[in-house]
Design a binder for this molecule. Structure first.
Ligand SMILES: *Cc1c(COP(=O)(O)O)cnc(C)c1O
Length: 387
């Protein structure tokens, strides 16, 4: 529904009860502007994991039209999807195995991060001259080169550059605690990053792109901005630092496929984890944990039915959930809002994250492929509304 064509709109022939994920690209546009205004340098729109579940190509196009100048993804496969869709903006891919198709990255004009000597050797060995960003681990013990290896990596990269095998255009790091600006881990990360850039310069490299900040540091810490910010969560309305109002962009709806009257004491769902406390009406929604409703939210989650919050009752199943409709009078075929921006009283992604003991990122990236998604109105109208 999204993907290379972009801007899908709910097809008329889609059964009314089919769940639908509405992606509000106008919200992405506003968020991009907010982030671009805050960033001291360029803005890279990070559209990994299908644009955090919002459609990588749609989010990329929208962000590029509203202040972002580049795109960032995890894998090369994600980069190819952007190129296949006709996007020509600079793209950086930062997490690949050493045997990834780096020659294709050179051909398709995709920058790659180099986090180790082994990666550098693999990139340099290819026929093309890859543009690379050396990646320093600024304190997460995750991706990026360890400080002990950094000087050797910079020297080897400079040698490869002199031989015409690579062009070192950037140095990148990533902060592990930026969602808490007061955490001392941020200062240590900034210091290590500044050191890494100095070591690179000392080795004769001239990295013009120096980037450390993701969404949280872009919103809270100008000292981390350098020449570029890489933002993903913020584009789609998630602020890990909790400091800045951003616009959530997803609304998940589904219609009731069955409604039944039950007596008090009726057991509901697997394991009879819930029993109705009074006579009520139960509604069935065709969405479950395979569609991204976390099973751990069973017994906590709510949805919006006819303007009222109603509880999801019993265990969340793979494909379906039961809602206690109470006195709402809701009927089969009626649309229920699982989550949305919250303006009409519906639960937000942030609430679902709380119910599932997780972060918003996991909810938005977890919506299953079975849920069709797209823009709220037909593309021409929508594009005009963005202009
Ligand atoms: C995901 C990711 C980002 C974007 O982080 P947000 O907090 O979502 O803005 C930036 N850089 C790297 C290396 C990432 O993996």
């Amino acid at each position: 529904m999204t993907g290379t064509s972009g801007l899908a709109v709910r097809p008329r022939e889609l059964a009314a009860s089919t769940p639908w994920l509405t992606v509000d690209l106008a919200a992405v546009a506003r968020n991009t502007r907010t982030l671009a205004d805050r960033a001291a340098g360029e803005l890279m729109a990070v559209v990994k994991a299908d644009g955090f579940g919002h459609g990588a190509v749609d989010v990329a196009r929208t962000a590029l039209a509203h202040g972002a100048t580049r795109l960032g993804v995890t894998s090369l496969a994600e980069a190819w999807a952007l190129r296949d869709a006709g996007l020509v903006a600079p793209v950086l891919s930062w997490l690949n195995p050493v045997d990834a198709d780096f020659p294709a990255a050179a051909v398709r004009d995709v920058d790659v991060a180099v986090p180790s000597l082994a990666h550098l050797a693999a990139v340099a060995a290819g026929p093309g001259r890859n543009r690379v960003h050396l990646h320093i681990d600024t304190g997460m013990a995750r991706d990026g080169a360890e400080p002990e290896e950094w000087a050797a990596l910079c020297r080897a990269a400079r040698n490869a550059e002199v031989r015409g095998q690579v062009e070192v255009v950037g140095v990148m790091g990533h902060l592990g605690c930026a969602d808490d600006p007061a955490d001392a881990c941020n200062a240590r990360g900034r210091t290590r990053f500044a050191w890494a850039v100095e070591v690179a310069r000392g080795a004769g490299l001239r990295p013009r792109d120096r980037h450390l900040a993701a969404t949280a540091a872009t919103l809270t810490d100008p000292r981390a901005h350098h020449t570029m910010s890489r933002v993903g969560a913020g584009l789609v309305g998630i602020d890990p630092s909790g400091t800045t109002p951003l616009a959530p962009a997803l609304t998940l709806t589904a219609a009731l496929v069955q409604v039944r009257r039950v007596r008090a004491g009726t057991p509901v769902g697997y394991g009879h984890a819930h029993r109705t406390s009074r006579a009520t009406r139960l509604g069935l929604l065709p969405l479950g944990y395979a569609d991204g409703l976390p099973r751990v939210a069973s017994g906590r989650a709510e949805v919006l039915v006819r303007g009222s919050r109603r509880p999801v009752v019993g265990r969340i199943s793979m494909d379906q959930v039961v809602v206690d409709l109470g006195a709402t009078g809701a009927e089969v075929g009626e649309s229920v809002t699982v989550f949305g921006p919250g303006g009409a009283g519906e639960p937000t992604v942030a609430e679902w994250a709380t119910w599932a003991d997780t972060i918003e990122h996991e909810i938005v990236t977890g919506i299953g492929a079975r849920v069709p998604r797209g823009a709220p109105v037909e593309p021409a109208t929508y594009l005009r509304s963005l202009a």
